[in-house]
Design a protein around this ligand. Sequence first.
Ligand code: GNR
Ligand code: NI
Length: 175
Amino acid sequence: MAQLPILRYPDPRLRNVARPVQAVDARLRALIGDMFETMYQAKGIGLAATQVDVHERLIVIDVSDERDQRLVLINPELLWAGDELVKHDEGCLSLPEIYEGIERPAAVRVRALDEQGNSREIEADGLLAVCIQHEMDHLMGKVFVDYLSPLKRNRIKTRLLKAEREDSRARERRP
Ligand code: GNR
Ligand code: NI
């Protein structure tokens, strides 16, 4: 297993639209293992393949406190979203230290293949519903700050680019 580098906003590769996974095979299972390792190491609750520069429709999730409830969604399709909207504070491993309230449907139903290649339907609410929608957005090249006003989004972009510059200067000083 290996940890993979996570793309940081505003990297243009986060805008790529993912293609469907063609086969649930050994290559894909190795990638799934690497994505879980990367997600757990970064203390995230979800990770879309887009964020590790793989543009295929693959998501890993674990919203449990014990970090032992792995969920894999391959080629997910949104079947239904409820009318009720809820606002939840969201963060993203591609936008470190940025948290904003985002309104989304409170409950969703999705169909996806699991790690064995079997088709499953999942109905989710609460944090899992938020996470599934956040990850499915990544597969479409969308990030949560796209729901904010252009002014707010530009402030966040400036803040992240500044943090990135300071990071790389610190790396230069002690390599
Ligand atoms: O770790 C994450 N936490 C989180 C919190 C609220 C709403 C969504 C998320 S997903 C995020 C990991 C991530 O960036 N997934 O793409
Ligand atoms: Ni994210």
